[in-house]
Write a protein that binds this ligand. Sequence first.
Ligand code: SAH
Length: 350
Amino acid sequence: MSKNCISSQTRPQLAQTLAALGQPAFRAGQIYRWLHQKQVTEFSAMTDQPKALLKTLEEQYYIAAPTIRRRQQSKDGTVKYLFALEDGNCIETVVMRYKYGNTVCLSTQVGCRMGCRFCASTQAGRVRNLEAGEIAAQLYTAQRDIGERISHIVLMGIGEPLDNFDNVMDFLTIISSEEGANIGMRNISLSTCGLVPMIDRLAEKKLQLTLSISLHAPNNAMRSSMMPVNDAYPVEQLIAACRRYQKTTGRRISFEYSMVRGVNDSDATARQLADLIRGMGAHVNLIPINPVDGSPYSATDAENVRRFQQALTRLGVNATVRRRLGSDISAACGQLRRDEAQQPPKEATP
Ligand code: SAH
């Protein structure tokens, strides 16, 4: 029998697990804190627990604890990890240093099936979803490695978070819990390529996180040429879902806009973008595309990115140019995993 991941269980799920093993209720809290507050990686570290219980848990469960396969540190302090999971699959995690604190960029899937034409993470498709505990353990391992608290999270690593909805929701519950890492929802951003029905499901949860939409283009012809997901959920439907999301949650949305030379960076496109989202109070993050091998795209130069930003601002849309961190270590997501002499992706074996 294959083992289940105990650190993927929310507090109530863990309580059930321990009750089924005939344990008193207080054990659930103790073990939960060992896993998510002290962030131990082995059952034997839970020193106040009965030996017999630890032995039983060990037989049936494992604690998600990725190992560092590669580590790159940029001059600006950015650290990028290639982590190996229990089943041998690899994912990437990045820590960025900002004035307001350390931010970790987490992966939510092994690979991705969204097919965005500019993205390295999707080139070999999706291998499997990450479990809630595997998403959290990226933060725990990075935090231990840098020896500093990580206070902010962006779900912008490998994978599409809303394509792994239930596990990502469990992850958010665990990571924000007071008995765990206790990271406030307002310090968490979730980025999606635009799975409309899932944006509606997320809205119902009324979380205080920041929803980022990878828009990248203001019309269907342009967006579909960059992102196949647009064929399923075209721009009008996506923007309508964003408006519903804002109404339901009271939270403003961010739009990601990766700039590709000659594709989505003209003055006319800036006007079209402004017309599309004006009045939403939304924020646009501009970033020159990070060119990846096998993709036809090259980056808009800095001067034109600036011009595009100024055009948006003049047209009443709040836009900033995202500072590029870690550009000397190919921090664009998916490149490290892909460059790693790819062992053939393994089938899902928890
Ligand atoms: N699947 C989610 C989150 C992961 S990608 C999403 O699509 O939002 C995180 C962000 O990086 C997205 O905005 C994505 O479009 C962007 N991105 C991916 N590859 C890129 C590249 N080569 N250059 C610039 N941005 C890229």
